[in-house]
Design a protein around this ligand. Sequence first.
Ligand code: ATP
Ligand code: MG
Length: 158
Amino acid sequence: EMVEFGVFFNRIIDRFEMSKSQNVSFERNVPKAQYFVEIDTDKLTQVIDNIISNALKYSPEGGKIRFSVREAEGELLVSISDEGMGIPKENVDRIFDRFYRVDRARSRAMGGTGLGLAISKEMINAHGGKIWAESQYGKGTSIYFTLPYEIDDGGEWD
Ligand code: ATP
Ligand code: MG
């Protein structure tokens, strides 16, 4: 399905913004419609839901979650950043492994299975994109992913 990514992304963010119970604010840097992506919307929704759920799970009281969409090196670059406890440097790449969870005690308290990001990685790869994390322990985490996109050329006619 061909969708404009900003519209698709904003709709998911809206759903979380309306239903969240925590005192966490959202800041969006999502440009007006122009990035068209050919995606499985159910699967991408699952990917983004998991990333936002994680960001909310690990956000402190009064924290901020930042969403951004931009072009980088010919691809769409999406990021979701939180101000949570972060992930130690040596563990950052492992969060995409199946069943991997940074710290057993905190993970048990938070619930979940440790599969969310492994599934997200499979799905982003299947769409021709990449996904990775950058984190500063004690300061926050950013999840980035890329997707191939097309610019609206004014419409295609068959
Ligand atoms: P599931 O998504 O299956 O419900 P989960 O959230 O524990 O369980 P993942 O989404 O795969 O699993 O995340 C793996 C682990 O990476 C988490 O258990 C957590 O330790 C760490 N992690 C993921 N996102 C963040 C984040 N935003 N801040 C801090 N740690 C994170
Ligand atoms: Mg998760």
